[in-house]
Design a protein around this ligand. Sequence first.
Ligand SMILES: [Zn+2]
Length: 252
Amino acid sequence: MQQEWTGEGLIFKVGRFREIDCWVRFFSPTFGLTTAMAFGGSRSRRRFCGCLDALNSVLFKVRFFPAKGCCTLEEATLLRMFPRLRQDAARTGLAANCLSFLQALRITPEEAPVVYALLMETLEVLDQAENVSPVFLQLFRARICFDHGYAPELETCAVCGREQPEQTGKRLTLALDKGRICCARCVPGAGRNLEIGPETQVILGSLSTSRPGQWVLIPMSAATRGEIFQVVDGYVRHHLGLRWSHGRFVAA
Ligand SMILES: [Zn+2]
């Protein structure tokens, strides 16, 4: 039985095979990551409008062949592109890093709509924002991690249960494996623990409800940036089982 689907997606990668054909890996809010063959994809402007390029948002018409476990791209129309992500090598690198992270994660179709919306907003920021600090990518990864059910509990001490409002300005210990904080009076349990300051507590605490357009504007000290790098790297490694190695995310 054949099935057809028409919907939007973002192209992650295009590869050529044979003279005029190509394969297209794209991420859609309906299926997550999909790879489809585009026969004539390198030539047919009538069916593909010359829009089969990485980082283009495209309206796809796809035909599925469930018995064969494959699908073909029938038509594609450009919805939007991100010019700066194409021209500015530094921004291309930041965008590629986001895509690499999502590819390594194996997003399910159930998770795909939320992740897709976040990805599109993130690319919009990378395309438009005047300045983007590398810590922005850490916030993107942290948000994906939190949305996967690993949002840390940053308001009460895991040992004594006392509330730890960030206004007190005290440093806390974050237990990476439990995703819980421990106040200065209590002794944290065994496992990987990281010290965080109030600024980091506020930023991580607001991440689940804020959007990429806000993250890029957050002022933060160098010390906080360092803490966020450590926390997010540790979190992604411990909870999602991934680490960055030689230009891509691999199993930790
Ligand atoms: Zn305590």
